[in-house]
Design a protein around this ligand. Structure first.
Ligand SMILES: Nc1ncnc2c1ncn2[C@@H]1O[C@H](COP(=O)(O)OP(=O)(O)OP(=O)(O)O)[C@@H](O)[C@H]1O
Ligand SMILES: O=P(O)(O)OC[C@H]1O[C@H](OP(=O)(O)OP(=O)(O)O)[C@H](O)[C@@H]1O
Ligand SMILES: [Mg+2]
Length: 282
């Protein structure tokens, strides 16, 4: 039975549960459950703090887990990234009082507050920058400068709203781009059952990333239209009752939907329909 660690709280928790549900697994109804067996799918879920998940996976007490790339790297555990999951995207960046600093070298001799001290120390060491010290905080890191415990912070930035509200501004290159990832232990062979979990999660990712596009097009224009919608392998072309026309079906990237519909219409396709993919296995 594959043992899977899932975030119990925080911004990773709900999207992780939703993804697993879409992949056909049981998920807990009560936010306090710590363990949830799913015998039909031969897996067992353990709900743990996202920061601890890479530690458990690295120690081998659970087989795989969902956590953030930033949390995994900061843990220094024997866990490795197996599959990026496309949600909880963020960047990890330096920030200080607006207008004060503009490059990483200026962090030398300054006090840094962060929840990710390993990531920060590694990044600065690689660049030969020696700070005055690194203060480890649990959260609300944006307040550390105003409250006088640090001169610079390194924190998760998504929209930048929290930084702006604190009168701070990012500077220097991003330390890391993060997202939710499925992690496994780095020093052993892949556990039994990981291939099925991986295919199911990849199916969810594809279903989210692509739509199905159907359209009718005059036979003489099929090649032109198909060049716009090549699909993943090759689009399906079917005959229509009107022998001068064909029906085409292809997968299209969701974020390209309207651009592709415009291009198809321009070459003469009509009755262009777009439907969501509920599930898929490529
Ligand atoms: N605003 C955000 N947007 C996107 N990802 C985020 C955001 N805040 C945190 N994350 C990501 O979530 C993970 C951190 O999860 P964690 O549960 O520890 O923090 P949290 O969501 O801030 O919860 P907590 O309330 O416990 O601080 C990291 O991978 C981080 O990059
Ligand atoms: O760029 P933004 O869209 O504003 O998001 C980034 C903020 O979100 C997270 O904080 P969270 O709300 O989890 O609080 P925390 O600092 O206590 O973890 C993160 O630590 C940043 O502070
Ligand atoms: Mg947080």
């Amino acid at each position: 039975m594959l043992r899977i660690a899932v975030p119990n709280k925080g911004s990773l928790s709900e999207p992780a549960a939703e993804m697993l549900r879409e992949a056909g697994y049981r998920q807990r109804r009560d936010g306090r459950e710590l363990v949830l067996p799913d015998p039909d799918n031969d897996v067992e879920f353990f709900f743990l703090r996202p920061r601890d998940i890479a530690v458990y996976v690295g120690a081998g007490t659970v087989d795989v887990g969902i956590t953030g790339r930033d949390l995994m790297l900061d843990s220094e555990s024997a866990a490795t990234e197996h599959l990026p999951l496309g949600f909880a995207r963020s960047t990890f960046r330096f920030a200080s009082t607006a207008g004060e600093l503009d490059e990483v070298q200026q962090v030398a001799g300054k006090r840094i507050a962060t929840s990710y001290p390993v990531l920060v120390a590694g990044f600065l060491w690689e660049r030969g920058v020696v700070p005055a010290g690194v203060v480890r905080l649990d959260g609300a890191v944006e307040s550390a400068i105003q409250l006088g415990v640090a001169d610079v912070i390194a924190d998760v930035v998504e929209t930048g709203t929290t930084l702006r509200a604190a009168g701070l501004e990012v500077f220097g290159e991003p330390i890391l781009r993060s997202e939710a990832v499925l992690v496994r232990r780095s020093d052993v062979d892949a556990p039994a059952g990981l291939d099925v979990l991986t295919r199911r999660l990849q199916g969810v990712l594809t279903a989210r990333e692509y739509v199905l596009m159907d359209y009718d097009v005059p036979l003489s224009l099929v090649d032109k239209a198909v060049a716009i919608t090549p699909g993943l392998e090759s689009p399906t072309v079917s005959p229509l009752h009107n022998r001068e026309w064909a029906a085409v079906r292809a997968m299209v990237r969701r974020d390209q939907t309207n651009r592709v519909m415009d291009a198809l219409y321009d070459v003469g396709a009509r009755a262009i329909l777009v439907t969501s993919i509920h599930a898929c296995r490529l």
